[in-house]
Ligand binder design. Structure first.
Ligand code: ADE
Length: 243
């Protein structure tokens, strides 16, 4: 069964964009997932088709109107009643691999893409919308964030990734960053692939990878170590490593 994604946006021409190429594009052509866009402006009610207005209380920029978005959201909720409805906004909960896994295992997703300074807060009170952020920086709109989320979900859909196991060891699946990768040539600019990776000793390789994953996570992403602890899973060699 196809995994349907519905995007509410002021810029439907941005889609599928990069999602039409490579892995996600092939999966779409194979019918593994589908993409539908809904133009928010089609739900405006005045002759100027306005979707935004000045912020209550003053300040810079414009705010997306709750009344226009409410009607647009109701249209999508009626069309895709089972799909969770997300809104991409820097004020949202962080997008994580756990959330990506949950969404990919579900019936599809609907995504509202914010623009301007933000969305009238009453929309979030009145409709079952989960605000999601892809990181602590501000994009000019939610469309690229929605594409990021969709790309992360689509690659997990059954039949999309070549080897079924290729996702199991990657970054965040164990709560840590993944170990580093190397390939031929064995020596490049005087740098040689670590000896252990050429040894053929699979237990040693697994142990080296687990140690590098932990060390790199500790130095680059101490927040992940604090969140997950050091040994959410035993290392592939079966040994637990206490630092
Ligand atoms: N829209 C603007 N910035 C965003 C972010 N960081 N995440 C999700 N949507 C956004």
């Amino acid at each position: 069964m196809s995994w349907p994604a519905t995007i509410l946006t002021l810029y439907p021409e941005m889609f599928p964009g990069p999602l039409g190429a490579s892995l996600a594009g092939r999966a779409m052509r194979d019918g593994i997932w589908s993409l539908d866009t809904v133009q928010i402006r089609d739900f405006a009610t005045d002759k100027h088709r306005s979707v935004d207005d000045t912020p209550a209380g003053g300040g810079a920029g414009m705010v997306m109107r709750a009344d226009v978005l409410g009607t647009a959201v109701d249209h999508v909720l009626a069309k895709a009643p089972d799909a969770p409805l997300l809104a991409m906004t820097p004020r949202g909960q962080p997008l994580t691999q756990d959330l990506v896994r949950t969404l990919a295992a579900g019936p599809g997703v609907s995504i509202l893409c914010g623009r301007f300074e933000g969305i009238d807060e009453r929309l979030f009170e009145a409709r079952p919308i989960v605000p999601v952020s892809i990181g602590d920086y501000v994009l000019s709109g939610g469309e690229m964030a929605a594409m990021t989320l969709l790309d992360a979900c689509v690659r997990l859909l059954p039949g999309v990734m070549g080897a079924a196991s290729s996702g199991e060891e990657e970054s965040f699946e164990t709560g840590l960053l993944e170990y580093p990768h190397y390939t031929r040539p064995v020596t490049w600019e005087g740098r040689t692939i670590p000896e252990v990776l050429r040894s053929g000793d699979h237990a040693k390789i697994a142990q080296w990878r687990a140690e590098r994953a932990r060390a790199d996570t500790r130095s680059r992403r101490p927040d992940l170590i604090a969140r997950h602890g050091d040994a959410r899973r035993p290392s592939p060699s079966g040994a637990r490593h206490e630092d």
